[in-house]
Design a binder for this molecule. Structure first.
Ligand code: NAP
Ligand code: G3P
Length: 483
């Protein structure tokens, strides 16, 4: 694992199949959240370069769409191999750029290669359908409908900082496999990792111009990309605020939004405490809680609340806190602004008389894991997504109260239910408004062939490999009217 930052690199953008400096002559310095210094520079592309990139993508997309699924798949399988061959280097970039533990960063790269290979196989087995006219009353059996999948054109893929490779490839791979061109806008704090991911793709000999990587701040180039008439579909993963903004910007094109969450853990009095504690710990604190699917509140039946809080306290105080180079669980947050935001939520709760069980300690952007008990509805931490290592515990009297509190949130990504009574758990699961409900397990995306979706402010549309292929293509119906 290479840890020292050598000569600072100024990375080029990947425009129309070439690695180029931007004519803006502007670059963006990328800070490492834990090294707290610049680790490289990326290009701030211009609107003109975006125009050219989109034009080139449309041009290349025509012949790309003519290739067979196997031919397209061959490029993607090679891409997966290249990622694995360069996983040490890419994992180091992820670790230095977004502060993720090295082991987790390496896992992200391997997971991404598996996702790409599975996307190829899934597309190879999506065969479309044919229908006969006489299937409908009065229909003619000499009318045969052939339903195939057709590409949409050029897909804009926008990814967040926290999975700079996996949540980028989970868009780029199905978009390419479905026959589209791609414009990839990585999170600024994730651009270097995104660039290394595309360097691996470039090594496959992907047709020039089919995909461009347009680095730049979302606040500067984002709206221009999203409103561009040459974009035929947008797949976005990020915060609910940005997602809501995007949904206002876009007109009449398919939009998949994977947004924020406030995933609750509903702990019933008959829960298996070992399972609940283990799942909540991993769900709430891995990568310092910087996961959209992190458990971000506990709704526990008051009969077992003392026991749960005591056990969480002792587990939290065993967590490793420190550098991602040592694979610490609690690592510095992505930036000081995020740490200020999390600290603000802790302060607000304590000012409103929440009980500090453990934590509330900070060094710059390193927030120590914090457990707050007796949290009440007037506290922001009961509702707001911290994207940091703070866990509020709300005591409830019944499943009904837990369900009501769970559903009163604007978010609806995932939820966990802990009960040893499967009928009870399923009954509660049915009533919780979330894309996915985990019974006796932590909230998490994946395995990546599972549908992944958020409801309410947590998103629109469905990801997961099969659904991403569907959302990035459309039905093409050809009707044979035989004599
Ligand atoms: P973010 O601030 O919303 O940024 C996400 C992406 O949007 C970045 O690439 C950002 O670019 C870009 N962007 C910003 N303004 C834009 C605009 N006006 N037009 C187009 N793009 C724009 O989110 P983040 O801080 O990277 O990620 C954390 C958030 O994402 C959390 O809320 C988390 O829950 C959510 N998330 C959700 C999922 C999911 O699958 N549901 C997964 C991961 C994260 P810049 O980086 O240049 O600003
Ligand atoms: O926040 C990223 C999100 O997609 C979480 O993925 O696999 O950590 O649940 P995972």
């Amino acid at each position: 694992m290479a840890s020292n930052v050598s000569e600072l690199t100024t990375y080029k953008a990947y425009l129309q199949g070439e690695w180029k400096k931007s004519s803006s002559d502007e670059t963006i310095a990328i800070q490492s959240p834990y090294l707290r210094k610049t680790i490289g520079y990326v290009q701030a592309v211009t609107q003109g370069e975006v125009d050219e990139a989109i034009k080139a993508a449309h041009k290349a997309q025509k012949s790309w769409a003519e290739l067979s699924l196997s031919e397209r798949g061959a490029y993607l399988d090679k891409w997966a191999d290249e990622l694995v061959n360069n996983s040490e280097d890419i994992a180091t970039a992820i670790m230095q750029e977004v502060g993720k533990g090295f082991k987790d960063a390496k896992k992200e790269v391997v997971r991404t290669a598996d996702l790409i290979r599975y996307t190829v196989q899934e597309a190879l087995h999506m065969h479309g359908e044919s229908l006969k006219g006489d299937g409908f009353p009065g229909g003619d059996q000499k009318k045969i409908g052939i339903v195939e999948r057709a590409p949409l054109g050029v897909v804009l893929a926008i990814s967040p900082f926290n999975y700079p490779v996996n949540l980028a490839a989970s868009k780029v791979a199905p978009a390419l496999m479905a026959g589209n061109g791609v414009i990839f806008k990585p999170a600024t704090q994730g651009s270097i990792s995104g660039i290394k991911m595309i360097q691996a793709l470039d090594k496959t000999g992907l047709p020039k111009g089919l995909l461009s990587l347009t680095t730049g701040r979302g606040s500067v180039i984002g709206d221009y990309l999203v409103e561009h008439k040459g974009i035929d579909m947008i797949s976005f993963t990020g915060g609910s605020g940005t997602g809501r903004h995007l949904s206002k910007q876009t007109a009449m094109i398919p939009l998949v939004l994977e947004l924020g969450g406030k995933d609750p853990a509903l702990v019933a009095e008959d829960a298996d405490m070992d399972v609940a504690v283990k799942s909540i710990m991993n769900g709430a604190f891995s990568y310092s809680g910087q996961r959209c699917t992190a458990i971000k509140r506990v709704l526990v039946n008051e009969k077992v609340a003392d026991e749960l809080v005591a056990r969480l306290k002792s587990e939290i105080e065993k967590l490793t806190v420190g550098s991602p180079e040592e694979d610490s669980t609690i690592v510095p947050l992505i930036d000081d602004k995020s740490a200020d935001f999390v600290q603000g939520l802790i302060d607000d709760a304590l000012n409103k008389k929440a009980t500090l069980v453990t934590g509330n300690k900070r060094q710059d952007n390193l927030i120590y894991p914090t457990l707050l008990d007796k949290v009440t509805e007037d506290m922001d931490v009961a509702w707001i997504e911290p994207f940091g290592p703070v866990l509020p515990v709300i005591r409830v009297k019944s499943d009904e109260e837990a369900i009501e509190l769970a559903n009163r949130s604007e978010f609806g990504l995932q939820a966990s239910i802990f009960s040893q009574d499967i009928d009870r758990a399923l009954e509660v699961a049915r009533q919780v408004e979330a894309g996915t409900v985990q019974i006796n397990g932590r909230t998490e995306r994946g395995p990546d062939h599972f549908p992944f979706l958020g409801v309410k402010a947590s998103g629109m549309g469905v990801q997961g490999i099969h659904h991403s292929l569907l959302s990035m293509s459309r039905e093409r119906v050809t009707v044979l009217n035989l004599k």
